[in-house]
Design a protein around this ligand. Structure first.
Ligand code: AMP
Length: 159
C-alpha cells in the first residue's frame, strides 16, 4: 500500500543540525520525499495542527515549543509510509524510544522531566499517526502544487 505521511522536524531538530541526519535516514530506507519546506508557524497555526491537544495541560508548553523556531515540514511517500515513519521516529517519550530510532538515538526527555519543568517533551520529530491523520495534516501544511510526482531509483527495488 503506497501511502503519504507528514513529518515535521521540530525546532530542536533544526537548531541541533539534525535535519540532514533525519532526511538521510528516510532516503536510505527507500522512501520518497515529495514535498519539503521550512516554516516558522504562529500560535494560530499551531492550534490547527495540534487541535487534539488544545485542552490538555501541556498545551501551552507544546505551543511554545513548536512556535519557538522554524520547522522542516515534509511529505513522505512509500510502502506503508505512515507506519514505517512512526517506527523510525520511535516512542513519543525519548526515554522509552528504542536505540536505532530518531528519538532513541538523539533525544533524552521523559514525561516526568517535561512535566516537572513545565516544558514540552522535546522529541525532534512529528509524524502522522494514521493514514486519515496524514491526509488531514498534509492538506493543512501543503498545497497541491507543492507536492511532486517523480520516480526514485528505490522504486525499482521496494515496489
Ligand atoms: P503527539 O501528537 O502525540 O506527538 O503529541 C504532541 C507532542 O506534545 C508530543 O510529540 C510531545 O512533544 C508533546 N507532549 C505530549 N505529551 C506530553 C506531556 N505529557 N508533557 C509534555 N509534552 C507532551
Amino acid at each position: 500500500m503506497i501511502q503519504s505521511t507528514l513529518i515535521l522536524l521540530k525546532p530542536d531538530a533544526v537548531e541541533r543540525g539534525l535535519m540532514g541526519e533525519v532526511v538521510h535516514r528516510i532516503e536510505r530506507a527507500g522512501l520518497k520525499i515529495i514535498g519539503m519546506k521550512m516554516v516558522w508557524i504562529d500560535k494560530e497555526f499551531a492550534a490547527k495542527h495540534y487541535s487534539a491537544h488544545i485542552k490538555k495541560e501541556f498545551y501551552k508548553s507544546l505551543e511554545e515549543y513548536i512556535t519557538s523556531g522554524p520547522v522542516l515540514a515534509a511529505v513522505i511517500e512509500g510502502v506503508s509510509a505512515v507506519a514505517v515513519i512512526r517506527k523510525m521516529s520511535g516512542d513519543t517519550e525519548p526515554k522509552k524510544s528504542a536505540p536505532g530510532t530518531i528519538r532513541g538515538d538523539f533525544a533524552v526527555h521523559s514525561y516526568e522531566y517535561a512535566d516537572k519543568n513545565g516544558i514540552s517533551i522535546k522529541n525532534l520529530i512529528h509524524s502522522s499517526g494514521t493514514p486519515e491523520e496524514a491526509k488531514a495534516e498534509i492538506k493543512l501544511w501543503f498545497e497541491d502544487r507543492e507536492l511532486h510526482s517523480y520516480k526514485i531509483v528505490h522504486e525499482k527495488h521496494t515496489r
